[in-house]
Design a binder for this molecule. Structure first.
Ligand SMILES: *Cc1c(COP(=O)(O)O)cnc(C)c1O
Length: 458
Protein backbone atom coordinates (compact mmCIF):
# COMPACT_ATOMS: atom_id res chain seq x y z
CA UNK A 1 0.00 0.00 0.00
CA UNK A 2 1.39 3.40 -0.99
CA UNK A 3 0.96 6.08 1.68
CA UNK A 4 -0.20 9.37 0.17
CA UNK A 5 0.01 11.67 3.21
CA UNK A 6 2.81 14.23 3.55
CA UNK A 7 3.92 12.85 6.90
CA UNK A 8 5.45 9.44 6.36
CA UNK A 9 4.96 7.58 9.64
CA UNK A 10 7.01 4.77 11.18
CA UNK A 11 5.06 1.70 9.97
CA UNK A 12 5.30 -0.07 13.34
CA UNK A 13 4.49 0.42 16.99
CA UNK A 14 6.92 -0.29 19.80
CA UNK A 15 6.46 -3.09 22.30
CA UNK A 16 9.90 -3.51 23.80
CA UNK A 17 12.22 -0.60 24.56
CA UNK A 18 15.84 -0.05 25.58
CA UNK A 19 17.10 3.06 27.42
CA UNK A 20 19.45 5.44 25.62
CA UNK A 21 22.93 6.05 27.07
CA UNK A 22 22.72 9.54 28.55
CA UNK A 23 26.02 11.10 29.62
CA UNK A 24 27.21 14.53 30.76
CA UNK A 25 29.42 16.62 28.49
CA UNK A 26 32.26 16.45 31.03
CA UNK A 27 31.99 12.64 31.02
CA UNK A 28 32.11 12.50 27.23
CA UNK A 29 35.17 14.75 27.18
CA UNK A 30 36.92 12.35 29.55
CA UNK A 31 35.83 9.28 27.55
CA UNK A 32 37.14 10.79 24.31
CA UNK A 33 40.52 11.51 25.91
CA UNK A 34 40.76 8.04 27.44
CA UNK A 35 39.73 6.36 24.18
CA UNK A 36 42.21 8.47 22.18
CA UNK A 37 39.56 10.05 19.98
CA UNK A 38 38.63 6.70 18.46
CA UNK A 39 34.87 6.16 18.53
CA UNK A 40 35.13 2.39 18.02
CA UNK A 41 36.60 2.22 21.52
CA UNK A 42 33.63 3.87 23.23
CA UNK A 43 31.38 1.49 25.20
CA UNK A 44 27.97 1.54 23.51
CA UNK A 45 26.14 2.39 26.73
CA UNK A 46 27.97 5.73 26.67
CA UNK A 47 26.45 6.50 23.25
CA UNK A 48 23.12 8.35 23.06
CA UNK A 49 22.13 7.71 19.43
CA UNK A 50 24.32 5.24 17.56
CA UNK A 51 24.67 5.97 13.86
CA UNK A 52 27.96 4.07 13.55
CA UNK A 53 26.42 1.46 11.24
CA UNK A 54 23.19 -0.05 9.95
CA UNK A 55 24.80 -3.51 10.06
CA UNK A 56 23.28 -5.99 12.49
CA UNK A 57 21.63 -3.15 14.39
CA UNK A 58 18.05 -3.64 13.14
CA UNK A 59 15.11 -4.10 15.48
CA UNK A 60 13.46 -7.48 14.85
CA UNK A 61 9.70 -7.73 14.55
CA UNK A 62 7.37 -9.71 16.80
CA UNK A 63 7.05 -12.22 13.95
CA UNK A 64 10.83 -12.60 13.77
CA UNK A 65 11.03 -13.23 17.51
CA UNK A 66 8.21 -15.75 17.16
CA UNK A 67 10.09 -17.48 14.33
CA UNK A 68 13.14 -17.71 16.62
CA UNK A 69 11.09 -20.05 18.81
CA UNK A 70 10.30 -22.19 15.76
CA UNK A 71 14.00 -22.71 14.97
CA UNK A 72 14.93 -26.32 14.29
CA UNK A 73 18.42 -26.95 15.65
CA UNK A 74 19.08 -30.25 13.87
CA UNK A 75 22.67 -30.46 12.66
CA UNK A 76 21.75 -31.53 9.12
CA UNK A 77 18.62 -30.93 7.11
CA UNK A 78 16.92 -28.73 9.70
CA UNK A 79 13.37 -27.67 8.84
CA UNK A 80 14.50 -24.05 9.30
CA UNK A 81 16.94 -24.45 6.40
CA UNK A 82 14.12 -25.42 4.04
CA UNK A 83 12.01 -22.48 5.23
CA UNK A 84 14.96 -20.17 4.55
CA UNK A 85 15.82 -21.76 1.20
CA UNK A 86 12.26 -21.38 -0.03
CA UNK A 87 12.17 -17.64 0.72
CA UNK A 88 15.57 -16.99 -0.89
CA UNK A 89 14.57 -18.99 -3.98
CA UNK A 90 11.31 -17.05 -4.28
CA UNK A 91 13.02 -13.65 -4.03
CA UNK A 92 16.14 -14.34 -6.10
CA UNK A 93 15.03 -17.11 -8.43
CA UNK A 94 18.37 -18.85 -7.79
CA UNK A 95 18.12 -22.59 -7.04
CA UNK A 96 21.38 -22.97 -5.06
CA UNK A 97 21.14 -21.40 -1.58
CA UNK A 98 24.03 -21.49 0.89
CA UNK A 99 23.68 -19.82 4.31
CA UNK A 100 26.76 -18.26 5.98
CA UNK A 101 27.27 -16.41 9.26
CA UNK A 102 27.68 -13.00 7.59
CA UNK A 103 28.48 -11.39 4.25
CA UNK A 104 32.24 -11.62 4.42
CA UNK A 105 32.10 -15.41 4.91
CA UNK A 106 30.35 -15.67 1.54
CA UNK A 107 33.06 -13.45 0.06
CA UNK A 108 35.85 -15.56 1.52
CA UNK A 109 34.33 -18.79 0.19
CA UNK A 110 33.61 -17.38 -3.27
CA UNK A 111 37.01 -15.79 -3.82
CA UNK A 112 38.90 -18.77 -2.47
CA UNK A 113 37.25 -20.70 -5.33
CA UNK A 114 37.44 -18.22 -8.21
CA UNK A 115 40.01 -15.62 -7.08
CA UNK A 116 43.78 -16.01 -7.01
CA UNK A 117 46.91 -14.42 -8.43
CA UNK A 118 46.54 -12.79 -11.85
CA UNK A 119 42.75 -12.58 -11.58
CA UNK A 120 40.78 -9.32 -11.60
CA UNK A 121 37.31 -8.69 -10.16
CA UNK A 122 35.62 -5.51 -11.45
CA UNK A 123 32.76 -3.92 -9.47
CA UNK A 124 30.88 -0.60 -9.43
CA UNK A 125 32.67 -0.19 -6.07
CA UNK A 126 33.83 -3.00 -3.81
CA UNK A 127 32.79 -2.78 -0.19
CA UNK A 128 35.91 -2.90 2.07
CA UNK A 129 35.48 -6.55 3.19
CA UNK A 130 34.82 -7.59 -0.41
CA UNK A 131 37.99 -5.83 -1.51
CA UNK A 132 39.92 -7.43 1.37
CA UNK A 133 38.72 -10.94 0.46
CA UNK A 134 39.49 -10.43 -3.24
CA UNK A 135 42.98 -9.17 -2.36
CA UNK A 136 43.67 -11.89 0.23
CA UNK A 137 43.04 -14.46 -2.54
CA UNK A 138 45.77 -12.72 -4.57
CA UNK A 139 43.39 -11.16 -7.09
CA UNK A 140 42.93 -7.49 -7.95
CA UNK A 141 39.77 -5.62 -6.88
CA UNK A 142 38.91 -3.03 -9.55
CA UNK A 143 36.37 -0.23 -8.96
CA UNK A 144 34.55 1.13 -12.02
CA UNK A 145 31.92 3.59 -10.76
CA UNK A 146 30.38 6.15 -13.11
CA UNK A 147 32.23 9.47 -12.90
CA UNK A 148 29.19 11.28 -11.38
CA UNK A 149 29.67 9.13 -8.27
CA UNK A 150 32.62 11.35 -7.34
CA UNK A 151 30.68 14.59 -7.75
CA UNK A 152 29.23 14.77 -4.25
CA UNK A 153 27.42 18.11 -4.74
CA UNK A 154 25.29 17.25 -7.75
CA UNK A 155 22.35 14.93 -7.13
CA UNK A 156 21.50 12.20 -9.61
CA UNK A 157 19.02 9.33 -9.52
CA UNK A 158 21.46 6.45 -9.92
CA UNK A 159 24.96 7.46 -8.90
CA UNK A 160 25.65 3.86 -7.88
CA UNK A 161 25.81 2.75 -11.53
CA UNK A 162 28.83 1.06 -13.05
CA UNK A 163 30.74 2.59 -15.96
CA UNK A 164 29.67 0.13 -18.67
CA UNK A 165 32.19 1.38 -21.23
CA UNK A 166 35.06 0.97 -18.80
CA UNK A 167 33.81 -2.54 -17.98
CA UNK A 168 33.69 -3.47 -21.66
CA UNK A 169 37.22 -2.08 -22.08
CA UNK A 170 38.65 -4.22 -19.31
CA UNK A 171 36.75 -7.34 -20.44
CA UNK A 172 38.08 -6.83 -23.96
CA UNK A 173 41.65 -6.48 -22.66
CA UNK A 174 41.71 -9.01 -19.81
CA UNK A 175 38.58 -11.12 -20.27
CA UNK A 176 40.28 -14.42 -19.50
CA UNK A 177 41.58 -13.11 -16.15
CA UNK A 178 38.11 -12.01 -15.06
CA UNK A 179 36.08 -14.81 -13.43
CA UNK A 180 33.28 -12.57 -12.14
CA UNK A 181 31.81 -9.06 -12.19
CA UNK A 182 30.09 -7.60 -9.12
CA UNK A 183 27.41 -4.94 -8.78
CA UNK A 184 27.00 -3.69 -5.21
CA UNK A 185 23.38 -2.63 -4.67
CA UNK A 186 23.23 -0.01 -3.22
CA UNK A 187 26.78 1.29 -3.49
CA UNK A 188 27.72 1.54 0.20
CA UNK A 189 31.27 2.84 -0.21
CA UNK A 190 30.23 5.80 -2.38
CA UNK A 191 27.26 7.36 -0.62
CA UNK A 192 24.76 4.47 -0.49
CA UNK A 193 23.62 5.38 -4.00
CA UNK A 194 21.37 3.03 -5.99
CA UNK A 195 22.06 1.18 -9.24
CA UNK A 196 19.43 1.51 -11.99
CA UNK A 197 17.74 -1.48 -13.61
CA UNK A 198 18.99 -0.12 -16.90
CA UNK A 199 22.58 -0.32 -15.65
CA UNK A 200 22.05 -3.83 -14.25
CA UNK A 201 20.68 -4.86 -17.65
CA UNK A 202 23.55 -3.19 -19.58
CA UNK A 203 26.23 -4.68 -17.32
CA UNK A 204 24.55 -8.06 -17.65
CA UNK A 205 24.51 -7.81 -21.46
CA UNK A 206 28.22 -6.96 -21.59
CA UNK A 207 29.01 -9.79 -19.15
CA UNK A 208 27.10 -12.30 -21.29
CA UNK A 209 28.91 -11.09 -24.42
CA UNK A 210 32.22 -11.95 -22.74
CA UNK A 211 30.79 -15.02 -20.98
CA UNK A 212 31.64 -13.73 -17.52
CA UNK A 213 29.04 -14.23 -14.77
CA UNK A 214 27.58 -11.21 -12.99
CA UNK A 215 26.86 -11.42 -9.24
CA UNK A 216 25.01 -8.89 -7.11
CA UNK A 217 26.37 -7.88 -3.71
CA UNK A 218 22.79 -7.72 -2.49
CA UNK A 219 23.22 -6.39 1.08
CA UNK A 220 20.70 -3.60 0.35
CA UNK A 221 18.75 -5.08 -2.58
CA UNK A 222 15.36 -4.00 -1.20
CA UNK A 223 16.38 -0.37 -0.69
CA UNK A 224 17.81 -0.44 -4.22
CA UNK A 225 14.59 -1.93 -5.60
CA UNK A 226 12.56 0.85 -4.00
CA UNK A 227 14.81 3.57 -5.45
CA UNK A 228 14.13 1.99 -8.85
CA UNK A 229 10.40 2.14 -8.18
CA UNK A 230 10.62 5.83 -7.23
CA UNK A 231 13.10 7.04 -9.82
CA UNK A 232 13.21 4.84 -12.93
CA UNK A 233 10.58 5.22 -15.65
CA UNK A 234 8.36 2.16 -16.03
CA UNK A 235 8.60 0.88 -12.43
CA UNK A 236 6.15 3.10 -10.51
CA UNK A 237 3.42 0.45 -10.57
CA UNK A 238 5.61 -2.57 -9.85
CA UNK A 239 5.88 -4.12 -6.39
CA UNK A 240 9.28 -4.06 -4.64
CA UNK A 241 9.25 -7.85 -4.86
CA UNK A 242 8.76 -7.84 -8.64
CA UNK A 243 11.54 -5.26 -9.04
CA UNK A 244 13.91 -7.23 -6.82
CA UNK A 245 13.12 -10.38 -8.74
CA UNK A 246 13.94 -8.60 -12.00
CA UNK A 247 17.22 -7.28 -10.56
CA UNK A 248 18.29 -10.80 -9.61
CA UNK A 249 17.13 -12.21 -12.98
CA UNK A 250 19.86 -10.26 -14.79
CA UNK A 251 22.62 -11.84 -12.66
CA UNK A 252 23.90 -15.37 -12.17
CA UNK A 253 24.05 -15.21 -8.40
CA UNK A 254 24.42 -13.03 -5.33
CA UNK A 255 26.23 -12.54 -2.05
CA UNK A 256 24.27 -11.12 0.84
CA UNK A 257 25.04 -9.70 4.26
CA UNK A 258 21.69 -10.35 5.96
CA UNK A 259 22.75 -7.90 8.69
CA UNK A 260 21.50 -5.15 6.38
CA UNK A 261 18.33 -5.78 4.35
CA UNK A 262 17.27 -9.03 6.05
CA UNK A 263 16.55 -7.22 9.33
CA UNK A 264 18.61 -9.59 11.49
CA UNK A 265 21.50 -9.11 13.88
CA UNK A 266 23.63 -11.85 12.31
CA UNK A 267 23.49 -13.88 9.09
CA UNK A 268 24.15 -13.97 5.38
CA UNK A 269 24.02 -16.21 2.34
CA UNK A 270 25.15 -16.83 -1.18
CA UNK A 271 22.77 -17.99 -3.90
CA UNK A 272 23.39 -18.83 -7.54
CA UNK A 273 22.32 -20.68 -10.65
CA UNK A 274 25.50 -22.69 -11.26
CA UNK A 275 25.45 -26.03 -9.42
CA UNK A 276 29.20 -26.65 -9.93
CA UNK A 277 30.22 -23.42 -8.23
CA UNK A 278 27.68 -24.09 -5.48
CA UNK A 279 29.01 -27.60 -4.87
CA UNK A 280 32.56 -26.26 -4.58
CA UNK A 281 31.35 -23.52 -2.26
CA UNK A 282 29.70 -26.12 -0.01
CA UNK A 283 32.98 -28.07 0.17
CA UNK A 284 34.84 -24.94 1.31
CA UNK A 285 32.02 -24.02 3.65
CA UNK A 286 32.15 -27.28 5.58
CA UNK A 287 35.80 -26.65 6.50
CA UNK A 288 35.26 -23.18 7.95
CA UNK A 289 31.61 -22.31 8.45
CA UNK A 290 29.77 -25.56 9.05
CA UNK A 291 27.45 -28.00 7.33
CA UNK A 292 25.74 -26.32 4.34
CA UNK A 293 22.24 -26.47 5.83
CA UNK A 294 23.24 -24.19 8.72
CA UNK A 295 26.41 -22.40 7.56
CA UNK A 296 27.72 -21.08 10.88
CA UNK A 297 24.27 -20.09 12.12
CA UNK A 298 21.68 -21.54 14.47
CA UNK A 299 18.42 -22.84 13.00
CA UNK A 300 16.63 -19.96 14.71
CA UNK A 301 18.81 -17.45 12.86
CA UNK A 302 17.72 -18.98 9.54
CA UNK A 303 14.07 -18.56 10.58
CA UNK A 304 14.62 -14.91 11.56
CA UNK A 305 16.36 -14.22 8.23
CA UNK A 306 13.55 -15.86 6.27
CA UNK A 307 10.97 -13.72 8.06
CA UNK A 308 13.12 -10.57 7.72
CA UNK A 309 13.47 -11.12 3.98
CA UNK A 310 9.68 -11.20 3.69
CA UNK A 311 9.25 -8.02 5.74
CA UNK A 312 11.95 -5.99 4.00
CA UNK A 313 9.97 -5.98 0.74
CA UNK A 314 6.84 -4.44 2.30
CA UNK A 315 6.03 -1.23 0.54
CA UNK A 316 5.08 0.73 3.70
CA UNK A 317 8.42 -0.15 5.24
CA UNK A 318 10.52 0.79 2.21
CA UNK A 319 8.68 4.06 1.65
CA UNK A 320 9.27 5.00 5.30
CA UNK A 321 12.88 3.80 5.21
CA UNK A 322 14.02 5.89 2.24
CA UNK A 323 11.96 8.89 3.34
CA UNK A 324 13.39 8.85 6.87
CA UNK A 325 16.97 8.93 5.55
CA UNK A 326 16.05 11.70 3.12
CA UNK A 327 14.48 13.62 6.03
CA UNK A 328 17.81 13.66 7.86
CA UNK A 329 19.50 14.89 4.67
CA UNK A 330 16.98 17.74 4.32
CA UNK A 331 17.48 18.78 7.93
CA UNK A 332 21.25 18.94 7.54
CA UNK A 333 20.95 20.89 4.30
CA UNK A 334 18.79 23.51 6.09
CA UNK A 335 21.72 24.17 8.43
CA UNK A 336 24.04 24.53 5.44
CA UNK A 337 25.82 21.24 6.10
CA UNK A 338 27.24 19.90 2.81
CA UNK A 339 26.22 16.26 2.25
CA UNK A 340 26.74 13.73 -0.51
CA UNK A 341 23.77 14.46 -2.76
CA UNK A 342 21.29 12.93 -2.80
CA UNK A 343 21.00 11.11 0.57
CA UNK A 344 21.56 7.37 0.23
CA UNK A 345 19.28 4.49 1.15
CA UNK A 346 20.77 3.66 4.53
CA UNK A 347 22.82 6.71 5.44
CA UNK A 348 23.55 10.39 4.96
CA UNK A 349 27.19 11.23 4.32
CA UNK A 350 28.44 14.65 5.48
CA UNK A 351 31.17 16.08 3.25
CA UNK A 352 33.66 17.09 5.95
CA UNK A 353 36.23 18.32 3.45
CA UNK A 354 33.76 21.01 2.39
CA UNK A 355 32.26 21.64 5.85
CA UNK A 356 35.64 22.09 7.58
CA UNK A 357 37.92 23.47 4.84
CA UNK A 358 40.35 24.79 7.47
CA UNK A 359 41.30 21.21 8.46
CA UNK A 360 43.61 19.54 5.89
CA UNK A 361 43.11 15.82 5.03
CA UNK A 362 46.24 14.94 7.03
CA UNK A 363 44.44 16.26 10.13
CA UNK A 364 41.37 14.04 9.54
CA UNK A 365 38.48 16.52 9.20
CA UNK A 366 35.77 13.81 9.19
CA UNK A 367 37.17 12.14 12.31
CA UNK A 368 37.46 15.56 13.98
CA UNK A 369 33.79 16.12 13.14
CA UNK A 370 32.85 12.67 14.48
CA UNK A 371 34.57 13.49 17.79
CA UNK A 372 32.95 16.92 18.00
CA UNK A 373 29.53 15.38 17.32
CA UNK A 374 30.05 12.90 20.14
CA UNK A 375 31.38 15.54 22.48
CA UNK A 376 28.45 17.86 21.77
CA UNK A 377 25.66 15.29 22.04
CA UNK A 378 26.71 11.66 22.55
CA UNK A 379 25.74 10.84 18.93
CA UNK A 380 28.17 8.40 17.28
CA UNK A 381 28.91 8.28 13.55
CA UNK A 382 31.77 6.88 11.47
CA UNK A 383 34.59 8.47 9.49
CA UNK A 384 34.99 7.36 5.88
CA UNK A 385 38.06 9.29 4.89
CA UNK A 386 41.79 9.48 5.39
CA UNK A 387 41.76 7.66 8.74
CA UNK A 388 40.02 4.69 7.09
CA UNK A 389 41.60 4.83 3.62
CA UNK A 390 44.69 7.07 3.85
CA UNK A 391 47.99 5.25 3.27
CA UNK A 392 51.17 5.59 5.31
CA UNK A 393 54.18 4.37 3.35
CA UNK A 394 57.89 5.05 3.93
CA UNK A 395 57.10 8.02 6.16
CA UNK A 396 54.80 9.53 3.52
CA UNK A 397 51.06 10.00 3.92
CA UNK A 398 48.65 9.76 0.98
CA UNK A 399 45.16 11.00 1.92
CA UNK A 400 41.92 9.36 0.77
CA UNK A 401 39.93 10.75 -2.15
CA UNK A 402 37.12 11.78 0.21
CA UNK A 403 36.59 12.99 3.79
CA UNK A 404 33.09 11.85 4.72
CA UNK A 405 31.21 11.36 7.97
CA UNK A 406 28.61 8.62 7.53
CA UNK A 407 25.42 8.84 9.59
CA UNK A 408 23.99 5.33 9.11
CA UNK A 409 20.43 4.74 10.24
CA UNK A 410 19.71 1.39 11.94
CA UNK A 411 16.47 -0.16 10.63
CA UNK A 412 13.29 0.41 12.69
CA UNK A 413 15.32 1.57 15.73
CA UNK A 414 15.06 5.36 16.00
CA UNK A 415 12.05 7.64 15.61
CA UNK A 416 11.70 11.02 13.93
CA UNK A 417 12.38 12.93 17.16
CA UNK A 418 15.74 11.17 17.50
CA UNK A 419 16.56 12.36 13.99
CA UNK A 420 15.26 15.89 14.75
CA UNK A 421 17.65 15.95 17.68
CA UNK A 422 20.60 14.94 15.46
CA UNK A 423 19.68 17.74 13.05
CA UNK A 424 19.53 20.25 15.93
CA UNK A 425 23.00 19.19 17.08
CA UNK A 426 24.41 19.76 13.60
CA UNK A 427 22.89 23.25 13.71
CA UNK A 428 25.02 23.96 16.78
CA UNK A 429 28.13 22.46 15.17
CA UNK A 430 27.59 24.63 12.09
CA UNK A 431 27.67 27.76 14.28
CA UNK A 432 31.06 27.00 15.72
CA UNK A 433 32.64 24.98 12.96
CA UNK A 434 35.62 27.34 12.65
CA UNK A 435 36.65 26.34 16.17
CA UNK A 436 36.73 22.60 15.41
CA UNK A 437 40.33 21.44 15.41
CA UNK A 438 41.99 18.63 13.52
CA UNK A 439 43.58 15.49 14.96
CA UNK A 440 46.91 13.78 14.58
CA UNK A 441 47.79 10.12 14.86
CA UNK A 442 49.76 8.83 17.83
CA UNK A 443 49.64 5.16 16.88
CA UNK A 444 48.09 3.20 14.02
CA UNK A 445 48.41 -0.50 13.09
CA UNK A 446 49.13 -1.23 9.40
CA UNK A 447 45.93 -3.16 8.51
CA UNK A 448 42.40 -1.78 9.09
CA UNK A 449 44.06 0.72 11.41
CA UNK A 450 41.04 2.98 11.83
CA UNK A 451 39.42 0.50 14.24
CA UNK A 452 42.17 0.87 16.83
CA UNK A 453 44.18 4.01 15.90
CA UNK A 454 45.04 6.40 18.72
CA UNK A 455 44.70 10.13 18.03
CA UNK A 456 45.06 13.48 19.78
CA UNK A 457 43.88 17.02 18.96
CA UNK A 458 46.35 19.45 17.35
C1 LIG B 1 28.32 -5.14 5.22
C2 LIG B 1 28.62 -5.41 3.80
C3 LIG B 1 29.34 -6.54 3.42
C4 LIG B 1 29.97 -7.48 4.41
O1 LIG B 1 29.04 -8.09 5.21
P1 LIG B 1 29.28 -8.49 6.75
O2 LIG B 1 27.96 -9.10 7.10
O3 LIG B 1 29.58 -7.24 7.49
O4 LIG B 1 30.39 -9.47 6.79
C5 LIG B 1 29.53 -6.74 2.07
N1 LIG B 1 29.05 -5.89 1.15
C6 LIG B 1 28.35 -4.78 1.48
C7 LIG B 1 27.85 -3.87 0.43
C8 LIG B 1 28.11 -4.50 2.82
O5 LIG B 1 27.46 -3.38 3.15
Amino acid sequence: MYWNWKTIIEPFKIKSVEPLGFTAASQRKKILEEMHYNLFEIPADKVLIDLLTDSGTSAMSAEQWASIMRGDESYAGARSFYVFQKVVREITGYPEVIPVHQGRAAERILFSIIGGKGKCIPANTHFDTTRANVEVSGAQALDLPVSQAWDFDTPGPFKGDMDVQALEGILEKRGKDIPLVILTVTNNSLGGQPVSMRNIRDVSRVCRKYKVPLFLDAARFAENAYFIRLREPGYADKTPEAIAREMFSHAEGCLMSAKKDALVNIGGFMAMKDKRWADRAREVEIVGEGFPTYGGLAGRDLEAMAQGLREILEEEYLQYRLRSVEYLGEGLRKHGIPIVEPPGGHAVYVNAKKFLPHIPPGRFPAQALACELYLESGVRAVEIGSLMFGKHQNGKFTPAKMELLRLAIPRRVYTQSHIDFVIEVFGELAKRKKKIRGLKILEVPPILGHFTAKLTPV
